[in-house]
Design a binder for this molecule. Structure first.
Ligand code: CAA
Length: 260
């Protein structure tokens, strides 16, 4: 697929994926979703040397200012439900991706933009970042996981306040509440995200993937998280990487993981 609404740049195994609709503050229309789905379902899983992915927005002002409101106007009820389910499915692909995916939030992350950032494994906020779920102002509700992931990240009471008032959350408050992992000077958010991915890339790849899987398992409401963790622990303990990691510790040398 030729991408026209996202930019994909691979620099030494770290992909920076930029939502590239600057004039519409990178609002998520159907084409962006098509491209995100293709990228996360088809392209990215095939990249053998991939270390991780940074998602950011084009321009100085916005990460993503939400779902494309202009596109919403033409929806009938069934269409809207389908759009919500599809958006959730694509954001789940991001959440369940086996390599770290970090949102570098360079400005407004509103509505679907906040939901995209929350589907990532971590969020690095520029000091200009503004998060929020302003859907109540439009007479709708979040449709790409916002009512579920915001309470998971900042707690139910706080999430309820922001979901019901539509108020924006600035970078310092996002950090204080656990929505942002770090706040950095504007323009340094991608760099910080890459630093974290570079560090994770030195760890055992299977352990990294299984950790992501286990953390997500607790939130999908279907499995018992502790049981899932114990089973996964059993599986990882058979990996060559575990033998190598333990041997390297005992021999006081750096481990050389092979991802097997
Ligand atoms: N959809 C479509 N276009 C958008 C947009 C969106 N979500 N957000 C901004 N734009 C467009 C504007 O229409 C404008 O386009 P024109 O120049 O053609 O008029 C351009 O981007 C610049 O925006 P503003 O002039 O409004 O910029 P501003 O600096 O004055 O305000 C802002 C910035 C506060 C982010 C404001 O644009 C805004 O409030 N945007 C909408 C935010 C929002 O409500 N998001 C939630 C969408 S609904 C959703 O996401 C539902 C869901 O969960 C599934």
């Amino acid at each position: 697929m030729k991408y026209e609404n996202i930019l994909v740049k691979n620099n030494r195994g770290i992909i920076t994926l930029t939502i590239n609709r600057e004039k519409a503050l990178n609002a998520l229309n159907k084409s962006v979703f098509d491209e995100l789905e293709h990228f996360f379902a088809k392209d990215a899983p095939r990249k053998k040397t991939l270390k991780g992915i940074v998602i950011t927005g084009a321009g100085e002002k916005a990460f993503v200012a939400g779902a494309d409101i202009k596109e919403f106007l033409s929806f009938k009820e069934d269409d809207a439900m389908e759009v919500s389910r599809r958006g959730q499915m694509i954001f789940n692909l991001i959440e369940n991706f086996p390599k770290p995916v970090i949102a570098a939030v360079n400005g407004f992350a509103l509505g679907g933009g906040c939901e995209l950032a929350m589907a990532c494994h971590m969020r690095i906020a520029s000091e200009r970042a503004r998060f929020g779920q302003p859907e109540v102002n439009l007479g709708i509700i979040p449709g790409y996981g916002g009512t579920q992931r915001l309470p998971q990240l900042i707690g139910r009471g706080r999430a309820m306040e922001y979901l019901l008032t539509g108020d924006m959350i600035n970078a310092a408050d996002a950090y204080r509440m656990g929505l942002a992992n770090h706040v950095v000077p504007h323009g340094e958010e991608v760099k910080k995200a890459k630093e974290i991915i570079t560090k994770i890339a030195t760890k055992a790849p299977i352990a990294v993937a299984v950790t992501i899987d286990c953390v997500d398992a607790a939130y999908n409401g279907v499995v018992d998280g502790m049981d899932y963790e114990a089973r996964s622990f059993g599986e990882v303990s058979h990996s060559d990487d575990f033998k190598e990691g333990a041997a390297a510790f005992i021999e006081r040398r750096k481990a050389e993981f092979k991802g097997r």
